[in-house]
Design a protein around this ligand. Structure first.
Ligand SMILES: Cc1cc2nc3c(=O)[nH]c(=O)nc-3n(C[C@H](O)[C@H](O)[C@H](O)COP(=O)(O)OP(=O)(O)OC[C@H]3O[C@@H](n4cnc5c(N)ncnc54)[C@H](O)[C@@H]3O)c2cc1C
Length: 289
């Protein structure tokens, strides 16, 4: 196996151009499992760990540009107030060792519907910056994954960064697994309240072939908040609205029965997570006068 070790982003893009079959390596927490279990045996590995640019983030014009190589540990330590939903999800990933190595870029690269970074990125309408040596393009997060472990990346492209709007209001993430730590989500849900734009964002994980958005639930809750003038009044949410929101989230899922849970359980769990995250975020919003 050949291992290419570029030391700059320019070199990495040139290497990918020359070796389109080369498999990128960031933290290795997904890729090394693949190699160890002999699920794939690439001829060439493109080790990105020496590319400093990928490990950087910057804040500009209301958004954070998060380099694909920023680890969960750093995200939690450095960006919890700007990107609270993504930080909460990051805290649920694996163990400290996995969070020290694992990256958001790697979660995107793997494109597992169970990837914990993906629902909060969906809820925030993040944009993925994809680059090759001849140029770059921006892919909206809801178009990035195309199927289980599949995405829009062409063989000569790499993920450079993900652009995430700085939160204007409360965000939450909830994940159900068979235990509390070191567990793949059986189902997960992210919610973002955006009072600045009077909008609501959702992301559903592990309950469809790709991460999903509960669009009808979002429109419904936006309507209920407008109707009761609740963004201003910050009154309690009507229970009927909470129940309807939870039901619409559950209906937006496209789950399957598999070893980790049945489709019916996933739908049930999603309704509960939608209800909980809505009550947490709304209580936070009401308290933040
Ligand atoms: C014990 C254990 C527990 C885990 N727990 C969780 C969990 O709770 N939640 C969760 O979501 N995940 C979990 N994972 C999976 C994994 O840690 C995450 O998916 C992590 O985000 C992968 O990041 P990485 O940097 O290690 O990626 P890598 O393994 O280096 O790469 C993953 C994929 O992305 C590609 N890739 C990486 N960087 C780029 C780039 N810049 N451009 C294009 N493609 C790229 C790689 O080629 C590969 O296909 C766990 C893994 C282990 C081993």
């Amino acid at each position: 196996m050949e291992v290419l070790q570029p030391s700059s982003w320019g070199e990495a893009l040139a290497a990918k151009d020359e070796h389109p079959g080369a498999v990128p390596l960031a933290g290795g927490t997904d890729l090394l499992v693949e190699l160890n279990f002999d699920r794939s045996r690439p001829e060439t590995i493109l080790d990105l760990t020496r590319v400093k640019e990928l490990g950087q983030w910057s804040r500009d014009d209301g958004e954070v540009r998060l380099g694909a190589g920023v680890t969960y540990t750093r995200l939690i330590a450095e960006l919890s107030s700007e990107l609270p939903g993504l930080a909460i999800a990051s805290r649920t990933v694996g163990s400290p060792q996995i969070r020290n190595r694992g990256t958001v870029g790697g979660n995107l690269g793997s494109s597992s519907p169970a990837g914990d970074a993906l629902p909060p990125l969906m809820a925030c309408r993040a944009l993925v910056e994809v680059e090759k040596s001849s140029g770059s393009r921006i892919v909206p997060i809801d178009e990035f994954c195309t199927g289980p472990k599949k995405n829009v990346l062409a063989p000569d492209e790499l993920i450079a960064a993900v652009r995430v709007p700085v939160a204007s209001g409360p965000q939450q993430f909830s994940k159900i697994g068979t235990r509390n730590a070191m567990v793949i989500a059986v189902a997960s849900f992210a919610l973002s309240l955006d009072p600045a734009n009077r909008s609501v964002g959702t992301g559903i994980g592990s309950a469809g072939p790709v991460p999903l958005q509960a669009t009808e639930a979002e429109r419904f809750l936006e309507g209920a908040l407008e109707e009761g003038n609740l963004w201003e009044r910050r009154d309690e949410l009507p229970q009927s609205a909470v129940t309807r929101f939870a039901q619409l989230v559950s209906e937006a899922a496209r789950p399957i029965d598999d070893v980790r849970g049945s489709a019916a359980y996933r739908r049930h769990a999603l309704a509960i997570m939608a209800r909980r995250t809505l009550s947490w975020t709304w209580a936070e919003y009401r308290g933040a006068r």
